[in-house]
Write a protein that binds this ligand. Structure first.
Ligand SMILES: *[C@@H]1O[C@H](CO)[C@@H](O)[C@H](O)[C@H]1NC(C)=O
Ligand SMILES: *[C@@H]1O[C@H](CO)[C@@H](O)[C@H](O)[C@H]1NC(C)=O
Ligand SMILES: *[C@@H]1O[C@H](CO)[C@@H](O)[C@H](O)[C@H]1NC(C)=O
Ligand SMILES: *[C@@H]1O[C@H](CO)[C@@H](O)[C@H](O)[C@H]1NC(C)=O
Length: 489
């Protein structure tokens, strides 16, 4: 409960904003307790941008959005120190790369805690530590999977030794921890066989023993966009659907769902129960909705992002819980504080923010969840809720004269794309239909389109190419040179 933060808060400042958050905490403290679970909604402070404001400004913005806490992906003192005196809860993270060494040596875990968290020993707003981020989602670093829980055990012991025993140790899992990411029906949720024994069961046993939470990343946006023909957008946005009202019935449990977030959380609970750990508490490390994206990324817009995050804040604050766990309370974090321009991948990746890097709000939201929907100012209309109806191509980004900004960088991207499948690039080789015009830009445009067409259904198959590519609705084909297109569905 937030009320526990208030008792020993070591205030470093008495600014009006800080006093306001005192008031907020006092109000939260007056609410009736529900079980032993904490509830708050915070925000992920991702920093993959080269244009982000300094930490004190970022923390001010987080507070202005009603966030109760900020979550980091590392434990850098430049950010932890101001966060610790901001009045917000703060959650440091152990980078994935450190897991093996922290698992191998108690002394390394002791040293890590001593050097990074000891300064915050008396700060009661430090309550959680995330060890790694989506470690079990990455098959290229499988050797880490068995090391995750040993690292958590060592850090847990180190925290106790340093007077930080109150800090709950956890890690974050993506929905891909479930077989096929499948949540249909929720009662069918089951952990992947390749991670269950090596990591998931030891993890659940550890979380149960230490009364910690299983933190999941659950994005209704992704599940809805993969299945938009069978469920309405309102279900994914936690909006009431038009009469007669859409509900999803789970015949396995007899439970009915009115929103996709509860549906997904209950699929995780089903998986935990199936693994033999029905009692472990669940929490949300990441959720959210993109405020913009590429042409093929339907549903990514300001209207839906605002609607989703406002509804999530209200739903979590209501304490309603899910059909399978009525009254469930949990810590949760919206992703993310800022649009982050250095993130790779599809356009949505760079548009999860509540704020633009210049500090302007992308839309109004109060993560504390109190304002009724009608009290917010009107939102811009959504213009891309349906899949783009035509064909799309992927071309090199050029200036008005048709030149690329950095030929070396473009050549590198072309070489990488051709290495994925050499035959894709035959048409631009000498004698090929698309060899002329023989310019870096023209060849790159062909190769980017061909690669996107070939790999768009696979992870990594998007129109990005190091930020040097852009989607177009205009067919770049000329003469006998036909550019492959992507038809979104
Ligand atoms: C912490 O962040 C600052 C600012 O981004 C950076 O200059 C510094 O190198 C980081 N420190 C570590 C240990 O990564
Ligand atoms: C979409 O829905 C179908 C049928 O309910 C389900 O089998 C499938 O796993 C879903 N796909 C995703 C990506 O959620
Ligand atoms: C901040 O950036 C956004 C997006 O680029 C822009 O629309 C807005 O006008 C900017 N606000 C200010 C105050 O510059
Ligand atoms: C162009 O790209 C290359 C390779 O990515 C990079 O090393 C170089 O610094 C870039 N040049 C400029 C002017 O940005």
């Amino acid at each position: 409960m937030l009320s526990r933060f208030t008792s020993t808060m070591a205030m470093a400042s008495s600014s009006p904003i800080v006093l306001l958050s005192f008031l907020f905490l006092a109000i939260a403290a007056a609410e009736p307790a529900s079980g032993t679970a904490q509830h708050f909604l915070g925000v992920s402070y991702g920093r993959l941008g080269d244009d982000l404001p300094p930490p004190h400004r970022a923390l001010e913005l987080a507070r202005s959005a009603g966030a109760a806490a900020v979550r980091f992906y590392d434990a850098n003192a430049t950010f932890l120190v101001p966060a610790a005196s901001s009045g917000l809860g703060f959650v440091p993270g152990v980078p994935n790369e450190l897991i093996a060494s922290l698992a191998a040596s108690q002394r390394a875990a002791d040293a890590w805690v001593a050097s990074t968290l000891l300064p915050f020993r008396r700060n009661r707003r430090l309550r959680y530590l995330f060890v790694g981020n989506e470690v079990l989602s990455d098959p290229t670093t499988k050797s880490r999977w068995s090391r995750l829980v040993p690292a958590m055990v060592n850090l847990h012991r180190a925290l106790r030794r340093h007077g930080l025993g109150r800090v709950k140790v956890s890690t974050t899992l993506g929905m891909d921890a479930l077989v096929g990411q499948n949540v249909f029906p929720p009662s069918a949720g089951v952990f992947r066989p390749d991670i269950i024994d090596v990591a998931v069961r030891p993890l659940l046993a550890f979380l149960e023993r230490t009364h910690s939470y299983l933190f999941f990343d659950a994005y209704t946006y992704f599940t809805w966009s993969a299945n938009h023909t069978i469920m309405p957008l309102t279900y994914a946005l936690l909006e009431p659907s038009p009469a007669p009202g859409y509900q999803y019935h789970d015949h396995g449990t007899g439970l009915s769902y009115t929103n996709l977030l509860d549906h997904m959380l209950d699929a995780v609970i089903a998986a935990m129960c199936r693994a033999g750990y029905c009692g472990v508490k669940l929490a949300l490390a990441e959720t959210g909705w993109p405020n913009a994206g590429d042409l093929d990324q339907f549903g990514a817009n300001v209207r839906n992002a605002a609607t989703y995050n406002r509804n999530v804040a209200r739903h979590l604050a209501s304490g309603a819980g899910t059909p399978r766990r009525p009254g469930m309370r949990m810590p949760a974090f919206v992703f993310a504080l800022f649009n982050e321009n250095l993130k790779g991948g599809p356009g949505t990746e760079r548009h999860w923010g509540l704020f633009y890097p210049n500090g302007s709000a992308v839309y109004d939201v109060d993560l504390a969840g109190s304002p009724p929907a009608a009290s917010y100012p009107p939102l811009p209309p959504a213009t891309n809720d349906l899949p783009y109806p035509g064909q799309l191509w992927c071309v090199a980004r050029t200036d008005r004269q048709g030149a690329v900004a950095n030929e070396t960088a473009v050549r590198e991207q072309v070489a990488t794309a051709c290495a994925d499948e050499a035959a894709l690039c035959d048409p631009v080789r000498p004698g090929g239909e698309c060899h002329l015009p023989d310019t870096v830009a023209a060849h790159a445009s062909y190769v980017f389109s061909a690669h996107w067409n070939r790999f768009s259904k696979q992870y990594g198959g998007w129109c990005y190419f190091g930020g040097l590519a852009v989607e177009t609705t205009v067919d770049p084909s000329h003469g006998s040179c036909k550019f492959p297109s992507v038809i979104p569905n």
